[in-house]
Design a protein around this ligand. Structure first.
Ligand code: KG4
Ligand code: ZN
Length: 337
């Protein structure tokens, strides 16, 4: 039996999790409410909050897992990508805790971890994909189609050239005056709106890449023009606006995913990252899978947004390969894969 402690601190969630092989024993997440009044994550405030949260979060994760720190076999941590100040807190904590316990440390790429969350065993009856599979990773900072051949062999075959899908949700929400992060707010409103009420142009961009910045601009201009005619345009139509922008983002995501399946011939398809919590995307990909004959994998809600259980499982795969990091390791802001 292998016990891994996972540490995640790449953005505004401080999280610690304990897994026993692939089984989740605890997964504790401290969200940082401090950012909501700024309409986005403030890096300096994020790293300070990580410093305050990290020890209590690890303490609770160990208690909930009902193990002592001396039973840990290794600590896996997010090395990047993310906010450097935030990553530094998790990295430094990991190094010193592991040094004190005399156990190895394992560096994990946050984006690979989102994908490997599909291999967590949480008694929810969900099955894991088999290799190779395609994963649409949709988070606040990234949008990628990844060909996953093994836990260590992943290739990005398409990605956004500007905004990420999560940013598209968050920016559309901000334009509508909704609180940050806007993705979940749009999701809620979209459930009671008419998704066909408004049409927005889709980007024309080659191959398997994405672009969302044009959509944001046309949404902004559309609202500006209508607000000139009616001050209450957003308030009166917010559910229809949310449903229409959500439908457009989902269509853009799935158009390229279909193209990726056609190009690679791989029909096992997974989604990962914060935006994979979106109910519209979850429904639409399930529907598309039925139409197209794909086998689709959708993560449990708690493993969609940032969490340390996904870092721990990514670390577990590396632990099996004895792929450990040195005490000299430093975080990276941008993904290296
Ligand atoms: O993966 P994640 O937690 O953090 C990053 O690694 O970026 O993703 C956060 C993103 C945010 O943009 C947030 O608005 C979006 O995921 N998100 C959603 C939903 N839940 C979170 N977007 C749409 N619908 C949701 N239900
Ligand atoms: Zn993430």
């Amino acid at each position: 039996m292998t016990y891994i402690l996972g540490i995640e601190s790449s953005c505004d969630d401080t999280s610690a999790a304990v897994i026993k092989n692939s089984r989740v024993l605890s997964n504790i997440i401290a969200n940082q409410s401090v950012h909501s009044s700024y309409g986005g994550v403030v890096p300096e405030l994020a790293s300070r909050a990580h410093q305050q949260n990290i020890i209590p979060v690890v303490d609770v994760a160990l208690k909930e897992a009902k193990i002592s720190k001396n039973q840990l076999d290794a600590i896996a941590f997010t090395r990047g990508p993310g906010l450097l100040g935030s990553l530094l807190v998790g990295t430094s904590f990991t190094k010193s805790f592991a040094l004190a316990l005399d156990i190895p440390i394992i560096e994990v790429d946050h984006l690979k971890a989102h994908i490997l969350a599909h291999f967590l065993n949480d008694d929810d009856g969900s099955k894991s994909p088999s290799f190779p599979f395609l994963c649409l990773t949709v988070s606040g900072g990234h949008t990628q189609i990844v060909k996953v051949s093994s836990p260590s062999d992943m290739h990005i075959i398409g990605s956004t050239i500007d905004d990420a899908a999560g940013e598209a949700f968050d920016k559309a929400a901000k334009i509508m005056g909704l609180p940050y992060p806007g993705g979940p707010e749009i999701d809620k409103l979209a459930k009671i709106g008419d998704a066909q009420a408004y049409k927005f142009p889709k980007p024309r961009i080659g191959e398997l890449d994405y672009s969302f910045s044009g959509l944001k601009t046309s949404f902004l201009y559309f609202l500006r023009d209508n607000l000139k005619k009616d001050d209450n345009f957003i308030e009166k139509n917010k559910a229809d606006l949310a449903a229409s922008i959500q439908r457009t983002i989902i269509e853009i995501l799935l158009d390229k995913l279909k193209k990726a399946v056609a190009q690679t011939g791989i029909t096992e398809v997974a989604i990962a990252g914060g935006v994979s919590a979106n109910s519209g995307l979850r429904n639409k990909i399930t529907e598309t899978a039925e139409e197209e004959g794909w086998k689709v994998f959708i993560p449990g809600f708690k493993f969609t947004t940032d969490n340390a259980a996904m870092i721990a499982i990514a670390g577990y795969f590396k632990y099996l390969d004895k792929d450990f990091a040195s005490q000299n390791v430093t975080p990276y802001a941008r993904s290296s894969f």
